[in-house]
Structures are given as C-alpha cells and as structure tokens.
Design a protein around this ligand. Structure first.
Ligand code: F0G
Length: 425
C-alpha cells in the first residue's frame, strides 16, 4: 500500500534519536524527522512539506480500552485530552436506503453525534491537549463552520482564548451560534475559506496564534480514530471489514487521517492489506479540485479560486491535505466523484427518512455512492460505510429547505379538522 515512489509514507516504527517517548514527526515529502513538542511547527522546516505523527508502538486491537477517541490512547500522542467526551458515534443501519442503492450492506457512521455535532471534536480533543503541552494561550482556525464550533468549545473548556476566521455569509447558522456562545472571537472575512486559511496561516507563522486547522498533524491523529471505530464496529457486527468507506471531502483531512489509520494497522499486522477499505471521496460539483486531480491523474490539486455549493462545509477550492489524501484514494483502490447540490439535497432527505439527520455536506457521501452505483463503479456485492460528518441542526436553513413546508392553520379544533380534510363534529 505504500508504493516505493512514496518512501516517506512508509510506517516502520524505527525510532529516530529526535523522538520523545516514542513519538516524532516525519515530513511526507522529504522524510526529515523532528521532535514532536520542542517547537511549534505545522510543516517541514526544510521543504515545507506536510508532517505526520509517527509512533514507536504500532496499533494492536487487544490494547484498546474504553469508549470514544481515548479508547485508542495507545496510538495517540497522549493518554488523555481535553474531553467532552467525543467519538463512540453510531453506525446506523439504513435498510430502505441500502435496498434502494442496491448494495450488499450499507451502514452510516454518523459523526454528527459528537458533542458539538461534527467529527471535528475528535481532532480538537487531541489538538487542544497538544496546545496545552506547547504552552500556547491563543488558539485559532479558519473554518467553514464546524472546526470553529469545535475549537470554541474545546478551547474554552481548556480555558484558552480562541479566534476563528470565517468566510462572510457562507457559514451555516448553527455553527456561528456555537462559535459565538462558546466564546470565540469571530472574524467574518471578506473572502472564501481558502483566503481565511491563508490569513490565519500567516498569523500562525508569525507566532501570534496556535493553528488548529487540519494542517496541524496532531488534529488528524484524533480523526484517525474514525477509521479505528468503523473497523471495530463493522467487524464486531458484520463479521468482516467494509469494502469501501465513502466520505465528503473539503480540505481532505479526514481522507488523510483514514489513510494513515490503515497504514498503521497494516504496518503492525493488525489489518491485512487486502482488507483495507477503498477510500472514496465525494465533493460538490462547484468545489471539486480533488475529483479533478483524481480524474486527471495529477499528483497535486489545482487551486479553484471560485467555489460554490449549498454544502457550505465543503466549499473549499484548495485542499491543503491533498498530498496526503490523493495517495490514500489511489493506493486503497478508491476513487473520487462530484455531485450536484440537487443530488446532495435528495440524499439529505433520503437519510432523514431513515431518521438520520445530517447537514448537506454529510449527505454528499450518500449522493456520491448513488452516482457511483449508477455509473457501475461500485458493485452490488460491496459492503459500504458512508460517513456523515455533521448534524442536521448545524444548518437549519438547509434543513427547512430540504423538508416539508409548515402549513398555517387556525387555532381551533374545527379549523384544524377542516384543514386536514376530516369531517365535522
Ligand atoms: N463534512 C463537514 C460537515 C465538514 O465540516 C467538513 C470540513 C468536511 C466534511 C470536510 O472534511 O476537510 O477533512 O475533507 N469542514 C472544515 C471546517 C473545513 O472548517 O469546519 P475534510
């Protein structure tokens, strides 16, 4: 799974002298290694490549204990973190949707059931713990909304100052409400998410804030527990591993985190290479640089300056984790697909009809699976897990738009009976 053309993706467990307690950072581009907590760094000092957290101890199923993210403490940088607690999310059955899509098995891993309503909590519980270790006092992120909600909640729980940069007019109401109520300082930037990230990246490089976007490799450590949980839950309930995991893609942090999860498990021998699920990314048609790179066979994404979709969480034109995520999609035998806003809306309704309430970006996973089934790229025999990343109530406006119209009636028995077409009396 780690092609020889990408030697620095190899997880070996060979401990370099810079390691602290068996933990270090490796640059995936040039292989340079760094001590984990000696200085604040987000990318490689030498080549600016993306960093990955590496461990002397590789994952073993029998050492996991408890529930949620910290069940997997043995493969995280700390034993515990600032916790609300997070993880341990449901893996829903959706029998009607499964039948309708025509796959052997379909389960929905609903990350909207985390404390602030999205998977970002998994990254923040670890990231904020690292921030404490580094002794910083001001945390910051650029966000399409969910990261800012999680940062605000976990930061304030840790007693730290939080600053969030949001694209003005493009963040769902529930997310702004969360960031605001948890006490973040909110800057509404005249620009899209990618512009926000450029600006906060500059603040972080100057040492004015500690960056908790997914460029920070420690955040992805928390998010890799999604993969560990899916594999354990699916194996326990289905007796096997899923063939494919379909997930919405924005900055491609989750895709990168799942790929790392699989590489660690394969390196330790806990997972056979043939059991690695195919990572399948879904983007909105109006913001699909990852899909473009996969379709064109390119090693890098092209920055889309202009992006638009109703799924505002994934309204992103410059996915910073592409160098980690593109190899993940390719080497697991997965693919990437773009879907329209109308397909996303329909998938949001499909899930809602099964009682599973998700925000638009999350429904993209199911919309993508439907496309791939139609195209014949996913076979009827497959066992699939779709990741739904955020809760329905994150974006109340989109929910109302996708749902039925409320009907005004008079406040009388007679009026309501009449409206319902029921007889008198
Ligand atoms: N789904 C939801 C609900 C999200 O909020 C995000 C990203 C994604 C999917 C994409 O995940 O970036 O790991 O590929 N939201 C970020 C934010 C950008 O600021 O909340 P990814």
């Amino acid at each position: 799974m780690t092609g020889s053309e990408r030697p620095h993706f190899e997880i070996t467990g060979e401990v370099p002298p810079c390691a602290t307690d068996g933990i270090w950072l490796t640059c995936i581009a040039c292989g340079e290694q760094f001590a984990p907590f000696d200085a604040v760094r987000y990318t490689c000092d030498d080549c600016n490549g993306l960093l990955e957290v590496r461990y002397a101890d590789l994952p073993r199923w029998d050492e996991f204990e408890g529930r949620g993210v910290w069940r997997y403490a043995s493969v995280l940088p700390f034993e515990t973190g600032v916790s609300l607690p997070e993880g341990g999310t449901p893996l829903h059955d959706v029998p009607r949707l499964e039948n309708d899509l025509g796959v052997n098995r379909l389960r929905i891993k609903h990350e909207g059931m985390n404390p602030t309503g999205s998977f970002k909590d998994r990254g923040m519980t670890v990231g904020v713990r690292v921030a404490q270790e580094m002794g910083v006092d001001r945390l910051a992120c650029a966000s399409t909304g969910n990261t800012s909600a999680a940062l605000a909640a976990y930061g304030s729980r840790a007693g730290l100052e939080t600053l969030v940069l949001l694209p003005r007019g493009k963040v769902a109401a529930g997310k702004i409400a969360q960031a605001s109520c948890h006490g973040a300082r909110i800057l509404e930037v005249d620009g899209n998410f990618d512009v926000c990230l450029d600006i906060v990246g500059d603040l972080a490089d100057r040492g004015d804030v500690y960056l908790l976007n997914s460029l920070n490799p420690f955040r992805l450590e928390g998010q890799k527990t999604i993969g560990l949980e899916i594999l354990e839950q699916f194996r326990d309930e289905e007796g096997t591993y899923p063939d494919r995991i379909v997930l919405p893609v924005g900055n491609a942090g989750n895709t990168a985190a799942l790929y790392k999860c699989f590489r660690e498990l394969v390196a330790s021998g806990a997972l056979d290479e043939t059991d690695v699920p195919k990572l399948t990314g879904v983007q909105a048609e109006g913001a699909a640089p990852m899909v473009e790179a996969i379709e064109d066979g390119r090693a890098e994404t092209r920055r889309w300056e202009s992006v638009e979709t109703r799924a505002t969480a994934i309204r992103i034109g410059n996915p910073v984790n592409a160098p980690k995520a593109l190899p993940g999609i390719r080497e697991t035998g997965g693919t990437a697909v773009a879907v329209s806003d109308e397909e996303i809306r329909a998938a949001q309704r499909d899930l809602a009809e099964e009682g599973v309430g998700v925000e638009p970006a999350s429904a993209a996973s199911v919309a993508g699976l439907r496309r791939l089934r139609k195209r014949g790229d996913v076979s009827r025999e497959e066992r699939v897990v779709c990741l739904t990343t955020g809760h329905l109530l994150k974006d109340p406006d989109a929910a109302v738009e996708a749902g039925a119209e409320p009907e005004p009636v008079s406040g009388t028995n007679e009026g309501v009976r009449k409206h319902l077409g029921l007889g008198g009396e």
